[in-house]
Design a protein around this ligand. Structure first.
Ligand code: FES
Length: 174
């Protein structure tokens, strides 16, 4: 029982230390390096947590509220952890022409979240990206790096069902 509760604490301490080390690489404080710092923090943590933003705020002497307003301006930053299945949907031109906005709306409806968020169960997260480099296969989505091409509304439902069944199967095996 003790080990169960102590592990997340240890993990978060390790994350704090890693972020401290990351920040030390930016001796010139201030706004100039903010975006790069946030990018690196997100790479490390997978998203920008409140705690990390507070750390960055203290270190760069920029109010946290200011950091949030800058970071939310950019699509690249996430403020919730990724789901076990991270869905990327391409909204580049070729995909847009072939209906990616309808696909995005369907994904948001099926998952009950908007892009940039994670389902309450932590199973799925959804991210909008620009061209994924597979324009001839538009519209395209990827889930944990697996590409799905020429997606349609019906295909989306089947793909989500596949992952939901997979998850149920894995939980059933425990
Ligand atoms: S525009 Fe979607 S893959 Fe290029």
């Amino acid at each position: 029982m003790i080990a169960y509760f102590s592990a997340p604490h240890k993990e978060s301490t390790m994350m704090h230390d890693a972020i401290d080390r990351l920040l030390e690489r930016f001796p010139s404080k201030g706004k100039e390096c903010l975006i790069q710092v946030l990018q690196e923090v997100q790479e490390l943590e997978g998203y920008l947590s409140d705690q990390s933003i507070r750390k960055v705020s203290e270190y760069l002497t920029i109010p946290a509220s200011r950091i949030y307003s800058i970071a939310t301006f950019y699509d690249q930053f996430r403020f919730t952890p990724q789901g076990r299945y991270h869905i990327r949907i391409c909204r580049g031109t070729a995909c847009h022409v072939l209906g990616s906005s309808t696909i995005l709306a369907e994904l948001e409806k099926q998952l009950g979240i908007t892009a940039g968020n994670t389902t309450r169960s932590g199973m799925f997260s959804l991210e909008v990206v620009s061209c994924m480099g597979a324009c001839s296969l538009s519209p395209v989505i990827s889930i944990n790096g697996t590409f799905y091409d020429h997606v349609t509304l019906a295909k989306i439902r089947d793909i989500l069902l596949l992952y939901r069944n997979r998850e149920e199967g894995e939980n059933g095996r425990d």
